[in-house]
Design a protein around this ligand. Structure first.
Ligand code: BTN
Length: 248
């Protein structure tokens, strides 16, 4: 089946959060590849308890219900796969070369234009994954970013793009994601993940257990673990979800 016919899209004007709504649908048994798409979110959520600014018609806010046959240990692959899918789609539709800031932020012209939030429901008894909600938020054009994010947030276009561009981009992201998802455990998409990396080879900073660290981002392995060589020569391996890394 092709991605065009596979995904079933439920479009809403305003929701609290497409991830929250998708989760409610998934709990009620909604099928895999159902996509919740909204024109705006009143309580868009980001990683680490942050909010995601989602004003009306300024971005793509969508969440996909997945029911992967993956062990809980492999579900983080979905986030990295989504980051690669977004980059491939942006390259194809917008003819730009975005960059991935480990783990899952997409940057363009040094500003964050896309965030990804993946939330899993695990069956503890079976140690299996019940469902995963893959949420993707893209800033299409700048619409009065609040001052807290004004320095970091950016957008793909300078003015609102045509509805057709928005639809094409949404469709390409879903299509590119599906292509990877079919054989996600082979991790072949990680090569592209590294190619799109914003931080590899660069000087980075992160804070862990209240301590500040500086070093060089040396490698990202096929499980998206990042090795940083610290200033004292020690190697530090970082796991996704553990810390947030920025360029130093
Ligand atoms: C982040 O940058 O920390 C992740 C942001 C994820 C935002 C998207 S928008 C669609 C979906 N619904 C949400 O509430 N969050 C995700």
């Amino acid at each position: 089946m092709s991605a065009d016919t596979l995904f079933s899209i439920k479009h809403f004007n305003t929701v609290s959060s497409t991830n929250t709504l998708a989760k409610d649908f998934a709990i009620k048994g909604e099928k895999e590849f159902t996509v919740i798409l909204a024109d705006s979110q009143t309580a868009g959520r980001g990683r680490l308890g942050r909010t995601f600014y989602s004003p009306e018609n300024s971005g793509i806010y969508m969440s996909i219900i997945l029911r992967p046959l993956l062990s809980p240990a492999d579900t983080p692959l979905i986030t990295t796969a989504a980051a690669v899918a977004v980059c491939r789609a942006l390259k194809k539709v917008c003819r730009i070369t975005p960059e991935i800031k480990w783990v899952n932020d997409i940057y363009y012209k040094s500003k964050k234009v896309c965030g990804i939030l993946t939330e899993s429901s695990i069956n503890v008894t079976c140690q299996s994954t019940d469902f995963v909600i893959l949420g993707i938020g893209i800033n299409l054009y700048e619409n009065d970013f609040p001052k807290e994010i004004a320095d970091i947030a950016g957008a793909l276009f300078e003015s609102p793009p045509a509805e057709e561009t928005k639809e094409r981009l949404t469709a390409e992201i879903l299509g590119e994601f599906y292509k990877i998802y079919l054989n996600i455990t082979d991790r072949s998409f990680m090569e592209d993940y590294r190619n799109y990396s914003l931080i590899l080879g660069k000087r980075v900073f992160f804070r862990k257990n209240g301590e500040d660290f500086y070093g060089r981002a040396q490698k990202i392995d096929d499980d998206a673990r990042l090795t940083v060589v610290l200033e004292n020569g020690e190697e530090c391996v970082l796991y996704s979800g553990e810390v947030s890394v920025r360029l130093a």
